[in-house]
Ligand binder design. Structure first.
Ligand SMILES: Cc1cc2nc3c(=O)[nH]c(=O)nc-3n(C[C@H](O)[C@H](O)[C@H](O)COP(=O)(O)OP(=O)(O)OC[C@H]3O[C@@H](n4cnc5c(N)ncnc54)[C@H](O)[C@@H]3O)c2cc1C
Length: 384
């Protein structure tokens, strides 16, 4: 499949593959147990410019295509999902709103800092009463003189503990709400009236943290609207635009984890003998491996093709939802079957099979659950 990639895409994929094999795989279990990525590893990720994969070169990033970015996520997730999560919000939902819709000043201020990894970007949409139905958010911002006064609560915000600024979607017009009444604001970490909660105790992806955010008469200058004052009311569009790429990204993570699980299962089956017979003689195990490999092959074609379509300037909302649905549901099935193959050993922490089983479950939840992807896909089919 090498022929479909540019030299730049192959170069970064190979560099990350080497980083994963030499530095990330050996510490994956430690990161899981300690629930944190060592600082020197984050520094190496900065040095490799992994925080600015998609940010154009003029802002200090690598200016990679979607396909190139997908390849990086696929490799990183093979080691441990949290490595991708640490850079994910900076490359995606946290900074893309500024890249797509920001003013020149906003791009100049934030994007170079994100690219260098000095600042981490995060994205705050979800609230206690607004998850899938993002249109139900209630965190509101009222303009008083030259400042927005914000009140409300966001939850499950990835990298909340380490982010330096948050692309935050708020209600600025109660009557219009999602139809022209939501606005994307930039909230910097040390803003008065802005509070970041402690990391949530999650089921998986332990080395990456989510937090609650509280806004209590939080004040930001009025020009902190992404795109400036003319973009007031356009926040829902900004949020939805960043999600197309996000859904392809989730497909890449699910694919990387699935491939790693297949590789682990093949190695395990080759090595292990049971009932006095090599496992590779057992037809049921052979069939499971064959099904895993077939699904992964199909998912990979779909993901790469959709990423390529996006790189050609096509709108991929429909394809991105199909990719996310297929890849994330596949990863769940594969992790479950891997547990069957490893049996009791898979249940032990040291095997890391149980870690992948817990980690991949998240991909069916965030950036739109499987049900939401089905709604997007069928709406597209039926509206024509
Ligand atoms: C680890 C983690 C990290 C996250 N990171 C971020 C982040 O960085 N920023 C952020 O803003 N959010 C983040 N989220 C939030 C995430 O996007 C939401 O959890 C997700 O959108 C689902 O919302 P919910 O959990 O409120 O579920 P709900 O919306 O309450 O859904 C519950 C169930 O109902 C189903 N359902 C809902 N609506 C429909 C419908 N119309 N038809 C059929 N079924 C439906 C869903 O599929 C689901 O099965 C994160 C969540 C987690 C767990």
């Amino acid at each position: 499949m090498n022929h479909i990639f540019t030299e730049k895409e192959k170069e970064i994929r190979d560099k990350v593959k080497e980083f994963v094999e030499e530095e990330l795989n050996p510490i994956s279990l430690q990161v899981e147990l300690e629930e944190r990525i060592p600082g020197q590893i984050v520094d190496k990720m900065r040095a490799m410019k992994l925080f600015g994969l998609a940010i154009p070169e003029e802002f200090g990033g690598l200016g990679l295509s979607t396909l190139g970015e997908i390849l990086v996520y696929e490799e990183l997730t093979k080691a441990n999902a949290c490595f991708r999560s640490r850079i994910g919000t900076s490359n995606g939902i946290g900074s893309m709103g500024i890249l797509f819709d920001g003013t020149r000043e906003q791009k100049n201020k934030y994007l170079p800092r994100v690219s260098s990894g000095d600042w981490t970007a995060a994205f705050a949409l979800t609230e206690p009463n607004a998850g899938s139905d993002a249109a139900s958010i209630s965190t509101g911002a009222v303009l008083e003189g030259d400042h927005w006064i914000i009140n409300g609560t966001k939850q499950f915000i990835t990298n909340g503990d380490c982010a330096d600024f948050f692309t935050t979607i708020v209600v600025t017009d109660e009557r219009k709400r999602a139809r022209g009444g939501f606005t994307a604001l930039i909230i910097e970490r040390d803003t008065p009236g802005f509070f970041i909660g402690s990391p949530d105790n999650k089921m998986g992806i332990k080395g990456s943290h989510t937090t609650e955010l509280a806004f209590r008469n939080c004040r930001v200058p009025k020009e902190y609207v992404i795109g400036g004052m003319p973009m007031v009311g356009q926040g829902f569009k900004t949020a939805m635009r960043v999600l197309d790429k996000g859904r392809l990204t989730m497909g890449a993570c699910a694919l990387g984890a699935s491939q790693k699980l297949l590789d682990m299962c093949v190695a395990h089956v080759k090595q292990k003998a049971k009932y006095g017979k090599s496992w590779d003689d057992l037809q049921s195990v052979q069939f499971v491996l064959a099904d895993m490999a077939t699904e992964i092959y199909a998912a990979r074609q779909m993901l790469y093709h959709s990423a390529w379509l996006r790189d050609q300037g096509n709108k991929v909302t429909h394809e991105a939802s199909m990719v996310k649905l297929l890849c994330t549901e596949m990863a769940d099935r594969i992790a479950d079957r891997a547990m069957d193959i490893f049996e009791d050993e898979g249940y032990l922490k040291k095997s890391q099979i149980e870690m992948y089983l817990r980690d991949v479950r998240l991909y069916r939840i965030f950036e739109g659950t499987s049900e939401i992807q089905r709604i997007v896909i069928s709406r597209n089919l039926l509206k024509g």
